[in-house]
Design a protein around this ligand. Structure first.
Ligand code: HPA
Length: 272
C-alpha cells in the first residue's frame, strides 16, 4: 500500500470517530501532553488504535491524538510525537502531520522543548519560532514527490506564518508576557550538543536548538498549512553555563512553565 493510502486510511479512521473535523491542530512537546486531556467533549484515540501510526516511547511523551474543544473551536491535539533519533525515517516522523493535512487541518501549531543558544534566553522562556535551520541531515520530502500532497520544490519563505507569529505576540501580551522570537536549529540528537557545536550554532544565527519540529513544519508547508512554532527554552544549551545538559532539567522546566505555556496556547487558539 502506498504511503499516501496509509495516510488517507488513518485520516479516514479519525474522521469516522469525530463529529466535528478539526481545522486547527497542535503538536504538544515534552511536558505539555496533558493539555490534550483538558479539551471539551474530547474523543481520545491512542496511537495504537490508528492505522499505520508510529509509536513513540520517550519519557515525557505519551501517545494519543485527542480531538475536542478549546474556546469554542474544535482542535486536534497530538500528545507524543515520533523523533528521528528513535530511528524513524523522516517520512515516519511526519506521518502524523500528513494525516492532519488530509483530515483538513489548515493551521498547525508545533511546540517543543529546546536548548537556549542565545545567551539572553533564560530557562523557562517561550520563544516564537521565526525561522529554522535544518541540520538534521535529512529532509522529509526526499524521494518521489506525491503531487497529491504538494509540489516537488515547496517555497519555505515565511514558513512560520507572520500572521500567526503576530497572533502569538498578542496572546502573550494578554498574559503580560513579551515573547522572544528566534531561529530554531534542528539537530538529529539524541546526544545533546557539544559546547563547540553550540558556539557554531550561535555563529550561524540560531537562537534555540532541538530535535524535532523542522520535519513537521516542512511537511505542513508542503501541504499548504499555516504553521506556528513555539519553543519552550528548557535549559541553556551546552557550554553556556558551567553545568551539564540533562533530560531531567528539560522535563522539570517544561513542567514549571506548563501553566503559562497552556494559557498562551489557549489565547492563540482563541484568536484563530
Ligand atoms: N539541545 C537539543 N535539544 C534539546 C535541548 C538542548 O539543549 N533541550 C531540549 N531539547
Amino acid at each position: 500500500m502506498s504511503y499516501y493510502d496509509q495516510v488517507k486510511e488513518a485520516a479516514d479512521a479519525i474522521r469516522a470517530r469525530v463529529s466535528d473535523v478539526p481545522r486547527i491542530a497542535i503538536v504538544l512537546g515534552s511536558g505539555l501532553g496533558d493539555f490534550a486531556g483538558s479539551l471539551a467533549d474530547r474523543v481520545s484515540m491512542p496511537y495504537g488504535e490508528l492505522p499505520y501510526w508510529p509509536a513513540s516511547r520517550v519519557i515525557g511523551h505519551d501517545g494519543r491524538l485527542v480531538v475536542g474543544g478549546v474556546r469554542g473551536r474544535t482542535i486536534a491535539a497530538l500528545a507524543g510525537r515520533s523523533h528521528a533519533y528513535e530511528g524513524h525515517d523522516l517520512r515516519t516522523v511526519t506521518f502524523a502531520v500528513r494525516v492532519l493535512g488530509l483530515l483538513g487541518v489548515k493551521t498547525l501549531i508545533l511546540t517543543n522543548a529546546a536548548g537556549g543558544v542565545n545567551t539572553a534566553f533564560a530557562a523557562g522562556a517561550l520563544m516564537v519560532i521565526d525561522d529554522h535551520i535544518n541540520l538534521m541531515g535529512g529532509n522529509p520530502l526526499v524521494g518521489a514527490n506525491d503531487d497529491r500532497f504538494g509540489p516537488r520544490f515547496p517555497d519555505l519563505t515565511d514558513l512560520y506564518s507572520p500572521r500567526l507569529r503576530r497572533i502569538a505576540d498578542e496572546a502573550g501580551g494578554e498574559h503580560g508576557m513579551t515573547l522572544p522570537h528566534g531561529v530554531y536549529a534542528a539537530v538529529l540528537g539524541p546526544s545533546y550538543e557539544t559546547p563547540a557545536e553550540i558556539r557554531y550554532l550561535r555563529t550561524i544565527g540560531a537562537d534555540a536548538v532541538g530535535m524535532s519540529t523542522v520535519p513537521e513544519a516542512i511537511v505542513a508547508r508542503h501541504m499548504g498549512m499555516d504553521v506556528l512554532g513555539i519553543s519552550c527554552i528548557t535549559n541553556t544549551a551546552a557550554g553556556v553555563l558551567p553545568h551539564a545538559v540533562d533530560h531531567g532539567e528539560v522535563l522539570e522546566t517544561a513542567r514549571r512553565v506548563r501553566g503559562e505555556f497552556l494559557a498562551l496556547l489557549e489565547g492563540i487558539i482563541g484568536r484563530l
